[in-house]
Design a protein around this ligand. Sequence first.
Ligand SMILES: *Cc1c(COP(=O)(O)O)cnc(C)c1O
Length: 240
Amino acid sequence: MSVTIVDLGHFAQVNQRSMPLAERLAQVQHDLADYPPPRLTAVSKQVPAEDLRRAHALGLRHFGENYLQEALRKQAALNDLNDIVWHFIGRIQRNKTKNIARYFTWVEGVDHLLIAERLNTARAGMPPLNVLIEVAISGEARKGGCLPEQVPELALAISRLPHLRLRGLMALVSPDRQQANTDFRRMAVLFSTLQHTLPHPAIDTLSMGTSADYLQALEHGATEIRLGTLLFGHRTRESL
Ligand SMILES: *Cc1c(COP(=O)(O)O)cnc(C)c1O
């Protein structure tokens, strides 16, 4: 499906809670024409399964979750929708690697070789797991992610693991607009460098941009944006 982008100022003025998902999505789908079509991953953490079902009916297929137990419950509830592509987008705890490897198609947020190795082991016997390296691009302000200078070595090591398929990079940038611009630019450089240096054909995904900054991310070459609030409204619960 094609995806479109809308001016965020407009969004801020409407009451998101009263606006149906279809309308929100229609607005998001409105002007992406200026960009190569990115993948829209609907970040559905803390969103009930029936809302995901509605989003699926509207054409969304990629869903991002970051609490394992919550995600597994929703996967069970949506078991009949067999074309959903599940992305694990959060911090990966060591003791969760087994189920994350088995129940997701993408893992965005690998930042340590040990985690990659555990995912690799757990994925044996299944098609390779798509993996993005998370980069702590805005420094210590954000938790999670490896340092930019660690990317080449980690990428090379991951690319040698047979049950993982390294697809690219992922990041959360600074909430400060100016700093975000710098962060996005640096991510684009890291991504391009990785594409040119790694003897690996499948580096095609630069996942960056959330509800607050996805337009900016697209300007800098994001191939995947991850939208939660903009589609589903503000999250109220800690987790489901
Ligand atoms: C929650 C989350 C998002 C979505 O953020 P919104 O501001 O709700 O769009 C994107 N990426 C990650 C890693 C997240 O945890």
